[in-house]
Design a protein around this ligand. Structure first.
Ligand code: PLP
Length: 400
């Protein structure tokens, strides 16, 4: 019998981490690789947030905390939910974890039994299906194609629901597509959920603040208050506050669920980092005025990448509403052969050949459950993006 758990057979390592690691290795080996794989802002954490962390260290806030968050942070999160999302939560309804990732993981671990199904619209954030499998559940993937802007339709949702459905994982704006649901589009989905009272919603609002062209973010329990008692509203400081390394995520939801998540967390990480929690208090309570200028930069980069990619024969790149990713289709390139002799049979072959022959690292679409596409993260300098797009254009021009 294997020493390793059979659970491992059900999951794969994160492909986005694999691409980033490979790009880093090639760079270290002297190759001039442009990495467009990593999903993190290239901005630095604002100084007021760093200072709050330094103050916390000096005050001696360096001990274990309550398992799912210090009261000051829970208060700041309640105020944020009310301010931004019209959602009223009490501190007992708030859970703080080591990143949004752990929030989602705790919630799935706390609720899934064998046979429970979780509806995941594809393309999806790479971790959702594997986290569901790790927690013993079954991912039910619903393919949402480019023809409908990568959005799930109410009919698709209705058709995916079975008596075993426990959760819908909802993510808007989305990683990897940047597609966002308008209030009306979201209401059409919540209307379906209102007809199925056994289905809960895990809303991953991580990219809430990264929206462009006046797109108005909305969250399910905000759009349909009737879902409040079966919604977990998940968010975090990683993306909007350029705090990926601080590892703080949080959620608001029904008290029994929050208590169950606390129990899981108390037996894994005990509590999120005390210093990062104090930094997050400042992030949420402090000035929010750097978000707009950061978004203006992201928007400019989005437009640059979308324009350049759409100018390439065989690539179609929709304009995203938010986040910092584009998810172009390469349907027009499948079947061709690269200058280096590689047959582009699918998006993985495309991404591999692009890295080998053009020194650009992107993540292939199959990793996100919808092909043939690839994901570019445009959270990097204009210069790098210009160069990367030129290399992609050359590579594609060399396909025969
Ligand atoms: N959800 C989505 C859609 C993401 O893209 C990410 C990070 O890439 C996360 C959740 C997790 O973020 P963190 O654990 O840094 O809060």
């Amino acid at each position: 019998m294997s020493f390793l758990s059979a659970t491992l057979d059900r999951v794969k390592p994160s492909p986005t981490v694999a691409v980033t690691t490979k790009a880093r290795e090639l760079k270290a080996a002297g190759r001039d690789v442009i990495g467009l794989g990593a999903g993190e802002p290239d901005f630095d954490t604002p100084d007021n947030i760093k200072d709050a962390a330094i103050d916390a260290i000096r005050r001696g806030e360096t001990k274990y905390t309550a398992p799912d968050g210090i009261p000051e942070l829970k208060q700041a999160i309640c105020a944020k939910f009310l301010r931004d999302n019209d959602l009223t939560y009490t501190p007992a309804q708030i859970s703080v974890s080591t990143g949004g990732k752990q929030v989602l993981y705790n919630a799935l671990m706390a609720t899934l039994n064998p046979g429970d199904e979780v509806i995941i619209p594809a393309p999806y954030w790479v971790s959702y299906p594997d986290m569901v499998r790790l927690a013993g559940g079954e991912p039910v993937v619903v393919e949402c194609g480019i023809e409908n802007g990568f959005l799930m339709t109410p009919d698709q949702l209705e058709a995916a629901i079975t008596p075993n459905t426990k959760w819908l994982i909802f993510n808007s704006p989305s990683n990897p597509t940047g597609a966002g649901y308008t209030r009306n589009q979201l209401k059409a989905l919540t209307d379906v959920l209102m007809r199925h009272p056994h289905v809960w919603v895990m809303s991953d609002d991580m990219y809430e603040h990264l929206v462009y062209d006046g797109f108005e973010f909305a969250s399910p329990a905000q759009v349909e208050p009737g879902l409040y008692d079966r919604t977990l509203t998940v968010n975090g400081v990683s993306k909007a506050y350029a705090m990926t390394g601080w590892r703080i995520g949080y959620a608001g939801g029904p008290e029994p669920l929050i208590a169950a998540m606390r129990k899981i967390q108390s037996q894994s990480t005990t509590n999120p980092c005390s210093i990062s929690q104090w930094a997050s208090v400042e992030a949420l309570n402090g000035p929010q005025d750097f978000i707009e200028p950061n978004n203006a930069v992201f928007r400019r980069r989005r437009d640059l990448v979308v324009d350049k990619l759409n100018a390439i024969d065989g690539i179609t790149c929709p304009v995203p509403d938010g986040a910092f990713y584009v998810y172009p289709s390469i349907a027009g390139l499948i079947g061709k052969t690269s200058a280096g002799g590689v047959k582009i049979t699918d998006d993985e072959a495309f991404a591999t050949a692009l890295l080998e022959e053009a020194n650009v690292a992107v993540v292939f679409g199959a990793a996100f459950g919808l092909s043939p596409n690839f994901r570019i993260s445009y959270a990097t300098s204009d210069d790098a993006l210009e160069q990367a797009c030129a290399r992609i254009a050359d590579f594609c021009a060399g396909l025969t």
